[in-house]
Design a binder for this molecule. Sequence first.
Ligand code: NI
Ligand code: MN
Length: 234
Amino acid sequence: MARLTWHGHSCFSIEANEGSRILIDPWLDENPTADISADEAVADFILVTHGHSDHFADAVKIAKRTGATLISTFEIVSFAKANGVENGHGMNIGGGYHFRFGFVKMTPAAHSGTVAGDETGRYTSVAGGFWLHLKPVKGETGGPRLYHAGDTALITDMQLLKGKVDLALLPIGDNFTMGPDDAVRAIEMIAPATVVPMHYNTFDAIRQDPEDFVRRVGDRAEVVLLEPGQTHEF
Ligand code: NI
Ligand code: MN
C-alpha cells in the first residue's frame, strides 16, 4: 500500500509502492499548521503545482538539501535551477511522463501563477495540478491513482478524470480556490473512491467546517479527514 501523509494546507508526502518518497507543495516553515519543518522533510521527488509561496516556499531549500528531483512547470523548474537546484524535470499542462515510481501528468487548474521569490518576473507560470498513477505493489497489477488538484476553481475539465481517480485531494477553503459546494460538484464529475480535503483552516480567509463537508459529500465518496501528521493508506 502507498502511504499518504498530510502536512497541513496543500502539502502531502507519499511513500510510493516502488519506494520513492514524494513530497507535494512543500510549505512548512511559515505554515502555522505544519507538523514538520522544512529541515525535517524527506524527499526523492518534489512536486509543485504552482509558484505561490503557500505551495512553493520550501521547495528550493528541500531540493538543495536532499538532492530530490523537482517536478513542476518548465518555468518553475527553470527558476529553481537558476537558484541552485541540481535536479529538475519541467513539464506543462496536459503532459505526462514516466518516473521510476509511476506516471505523472500535469492537470489544468483555474488559478493565477506568479513564482514566489522571482524578482525579475521572468518565470511567471500557469498553475496546475497532478494526476499520479503509481506503480502497483510488486506482483500485483493496476496501481493507485491519485489526483492533487492544486489551487483551482471548479472546472469542467475535471470531467476528463472521471473513473480515473482512486484518491482525490481537493481544496475546500473557498476565497482562493473552490469552496465546499464546488468541491462536491468536483466529486460528482470525478467520481473518486476517496477524497481528502485540503487548503482549509490554515488562516482566517479559508475557514471551513470539514465535518459539514463530509455530510455534504454524503455517499458520493468516502471522505477521509486528516490532521497534520496523519497518514492514509491507499
Ligand atoms: Ni495559489
Ligand atoms: Mn494556495
